[in-house]
Design a protein around this ligand. Structure first.
Ligand code: ATP
Ligand code: MG
Length: 175
C-alpha cells in the first residue's frame, strides 16, 4: 500500500483555493489543475508499506500530542521539474511544523525510513505547469485565509493514468 499522513482542509478553504487555482489557468501555457477533492497537506510520506504495518503507523499517530491549532495560507510556489513544475500554495503554521517533526520522530522510532528533505508545508494546486513568459509568481493573485486543524489522517494513494486517488484509512483527532 502506498501511504502518507496528511492534514485535510475545511471545505471553505478548498473552495477558495479552487477558485484561485482556476484563475491561474490564464497565466500559464501548460498545466493540469488538481481536483479540489485531492487537496491536502502531506505531513509524512511513507511510500509502499505492507498492510500489517498499518497498526504501527496508527500507533505512531496516536503517540503525537498536539492541541488543535490554526494555519494560514501563504504565498504561491513552484517546484521546478522537467516537463513543467508543481504549483503549490504554502501553509504557514509553527504548530504544523512541530506536529510534522513529532510525527516523523514517532514514525522513525517505529522503524520507518522517511525523507530527509526539509519540510515545506504546501497544498499542490497544479502539475506540469509552464507559466506564460514574463509571468512572475509574485504577481499571481492570492488571498490570506486561516483555518483550524483538528486532526491528521492516514491516506492510501492509488496511482493510475488519471492521477492519484486517495482513501482515508485512519483518523487521529487532536486532544
Ligand atoms: P502523482 O504522483 O500521480 O502525481 P500524488 O503525488 O498526488 O500523485 P502520491 O505520489 O501517492 O500522489 O503522493 C501522495 C502525497 O505524498 C502527495 O502529497 C505527494 O506530494 C507526497 N509525496 C509523494 N512522494 C513523496 C516523497 N518522496 N517525499 C515526500 N512527499 C511525497
Ligand atoms: Mg507523486
Amino acid at each position: 500500500m502506498r501511504l502518507f499522513v496528511a492534514v485535510q482542509l475545511p471545505s471553505e478553504v478548498t473552495k477558495s483555493l479552487w477558485a484561485a487555482a482556476r484563475e491561474l489557468e490564464g497565466h500559464w501555457t501548460g498545466g493540469r489543475l488538481m481536483a479540489p477533492e485531492s487537496y491536502h497537506i502531506t505531513l509524512s510520506f511513507l511510500g509502499e508499506q505492507p498492510e500489517p504495518r498499518l497498526e504501527a503507523i496508527a500507533a505512531a499517530m496516536d503517540r503525537c500530542h498536539c492541541p488543535p491549532f490554526q494555519a494560514t495560507l501563504g504565498e504561491l510556489g513552484l517546484f521546478a521539474q522537467r516537463g513543467g513544475g508543481v504549483l503549490w500554495r504554502a501553509v504557514l503554521s509553527p504548530e504544523l511544523c512541530r506536529l510534522q517533526a513529532q510525527l516523523a520522530q514517532q514514525l522513525e522510532q517505529a522503524g520507518f525510513a522517511l525523507e530527509k528533505r526539509p519540510f515545506q508545508p504546501h497544498i499542490t494546486l497544479a502539475r506540469r505547469v509552464i507559466l506564460n513568459p514574463g509571468t512572475a509568481m509574485a504577481s499571481l493573485p492570492v488571498s490570506a485565509q486561516s483555518f483550524g486543524v483538528e486532526e491528521m489522517v492516514l491516506m492510501r494513494s492509488r496511482l493510475s493514468q488519471q492521477g492519484a486517488s486517495y482513501q482515508e484509512l485512519y483518523r487521529r483527532k487532536f486532544d
